[in-house]
Ligand binder design. Structure first.
Ligand SMILES: Cc1cc2nc3c(=O)[nH]c(=O)nc-3n(C[C@H](O)[C@H](O)[C@H](O)COP(=O)(O)O)c2cc1C
Length: 322
């Protein structure tokens, strides 16, 4: 389970980074994989309103968001937006990232595509400000709420600290560590109760991602689903994302992953081998199944998707019944 922290302060060791780091460390102690993306240090440019995302669901601006950020947001089970208050809003740097996520808004509301993790992904806001007014966080929270809706990570909670100004102020706050621990515990508890399911194939460029998306789409509340490859390809095969989009399921930002990376999510409870190479791989502590599905080269992606869909339904039915 990936917990992604979006760090919005231009201060390298400011209050926001302190708060977000404490949050991610608490998540790691509960078995999560974490990633802190420090937005001011990344090359993330503002939206130019080119209108491409409205039609195609993609953004032509080639920067760190396109290279990695969009994929990380889609991979994450929890997205934490962390920013100090600057003039009653978030910082310009993180607002640029937020605006560029219009791509996800367009995929969801214009193209009507469903992210397979949408049922379980959660959003969280961390913020600090120097003053103590009642409305200090109102502007930031309003933007954050709509951003988190667009990325299918509805706002599950927030930790907001007033009267925090100098770089070390929050570290001296007496209650912050305990409040972070309690918030992370509550946020992750339902996600940690799920079993882990791994679809394994040689390249992770077709049948694995399709099976994982179908299973996640149907049963994300019960299963944390991943796919991985023994020799992963660079990209999904042509036609694979399109075949899933025909069913309204969005895997447009997914990339093939190497097995070691998937195992960093935690040990799988069930491994489903989708080809002969995968069937010969044993992972300690996991139950193994092999599914006979046509080779990825043998059938058009739409036919593979339908064959996998039947196997996934059968699997989920068996597991729910047993
Ligand atoms: C450009 C700018 C605008 C700010 N605007 C506000 C504000 O509207 N309200 C407030 O309480 N603090 C404001 N602050 C103070 C910061 O929110 C505060 O110093 C915070 O602790 C900085 O967090 P950091 O250490 O994570 O960067 C502003 C600071 C800067 C540099």
């Amino acid at each position: 389970m990936l917990v992604l922290g979006l760090q919005g302060s231009p201060r390298r060791n400011g209050n926001t980074r302190f708060l977000l780091s404490a949050f991610l460390e608490a998540a790691e102690r509960r078995g999560a994989r974490t990633r802190l993306l420090s937005v001011p240090e990344a090359d993330i440019r503002p939206c130019r309103e080119l209108g491409v995302c409205e039609k195609r669901g993609t953004c032509p601006i080639r920067d760190d968001l396109a290279r990695e950020g969009y994929g990380l947001i889609r991979e994450a089970e929890v997205v934490v937006l962390a920013s100090p208050v600057f003039f009653y809003g978030m910082t310009a740097q993180i607002k640029a990232l937020v605006d560029r996520c219009q791509v996800f808004w367009a995929r969801k509301y214009r193209l009507r595509l469903a992210d397979p993790r949408r049922a379980t992904r959660r959003g969280f806001v961390l913020s600090v400000g120097a003053t103590r007014g009642k409305n200090l966080f109102e502007g930031l929270l309003l933007s954050a709420r709509y951003f988190l809706d667009a990325i299918d990570a509805p706002l599950a909670g927030s930790l907001l600290y007033r009267g925090i100004e100098g770089p070390g102020d929050l570290a001296r706050h007496p209650a912050v560590r305990g409040e972070v621990e309690a918030a992370v515990e509550e946020l992750l508890a339902p996600l940690r109760r799920r079993r882990r399911l791994l679809f394994l194939a040689r390249q992770d460029d077709g049948i694995g991602p399709m099976a994982a998306a179908l299973a996640g789409h149907r049963a994300a509340a019960a299963w944390e689903v991943h796919s991985a490859g023994l020799e992963p390809a660079a990209n999904l095969r042509p036609g694979v994302a399109e075949a899933m989009a025909e069913q309204g399921i969005d895997i447009g930002f997914q990339r093939p992953r190497v097995l070691a990376e998937a195992l960093a999510e935690g040990p799988p409870d069930v491994v489903v081998a989708l080809d002969a190479a995968a069937a010969a791989t044993r992972l300690e502590g996991a139950r193994h199944e092999s599914w006979e599905v046509p080779a990825v080269e043998a059938e058009p992606p739409g036919r593979l998707r339908d064959a996998l869909g039947r196997r996934v339904e059968d699997f989920l039915g068996r597991e729910a019944g047993g």
